[in-house]
Design a protein around this ligand. Sequence first.
Ligand code: HEC
Length: 276
Amino acid sequence: MLALGAVVATGLHPSRAEERPDPAADLRAFQAHFRDRFPQLPIAEFANGPYAMDAGMRQQWEEIMQFPPYDFAVEEGKQAFETPFANGKRYADCFPEGGTGIRQTFPYFDTAAGEVVTLDLAINRCRERNGEKPLPYQTGLMASITAYMAETSRGKPFDIRIPDDKRALAAYEDGKRFFYSRRGQLNFSCASCHVQAAGQRLRGDVLAPALGILASFPIYRSEWGSMGTVDRRFTSCSAQTRSEPFAPQDPGYRNLEYFLSYMSNGVPIAGPGTRP
Ligand code: HEC
């Protein structure tokens, strides 16, 4: 069981206010921590979350993967992706490379707007620019379209950039602070479970390591009986800390996704994924 009270090396610590943010140094420390903890595991395996940590679960997974439960979502997403909007434009017109093979570059920092843009947000902005209503963020068609876009990007390592821009560094620091801050009645941080206790069991689950934790998104989760996006997972893990979740795509969640994705640079995209 979890022993979260103990102080364990976390690979890196929240920066003190007076220190200049140094994402590259953070990344080295963070990845070195997981390499030291799991020396047998090649970096690509971190994309597989709990399945990389537990032999029994891995066997179940291999059986499930004979008929991946996200296949329907990839099909639905592909069809939506290829269907023109009412104005004749398509999703492909909104993205570099026609939207194919680009998942690993999200989220990015938009220096014109001064904010982090996730893939999900970019999809809804594309829709709105073309006169379509935005999609709900947590499941449904949003999960299907991101599933399709992830599938065209499989094997491409996360390639997140943090431009030398004060606002980009502030967004990164905000995400990092959120990840390490203890909150809620249980006084847990995200790191309590996904760094300190990574690979340990919590009730029926094996806790995914924070390295590569978003590489398989969106995921089909048996417990949900449906697909879920990063927003869905962040919302339910906010509940793990017994704290109020943000609204989907709140800048707080976007900055968190920016931090976690940057920390995972080098881990290949493996989405869509399936989880117990
Ligand atoms: C009390 C422990 C706990 C805390 C604290 C916690 N989580 Fe989780 N998290 C879980 C469990 C349990 C799962 C499901 C099993 C798994 O995949 O790790 C999970 C899964 C996830 C996943 C999906 C992993 C995958 O491979 O599918 C993400 C992403 C995630 N958590 C992010 C967060 C973030 C961000 C925070 C902080 C807001 C957080 N978690 C806080 C327990 C926790």
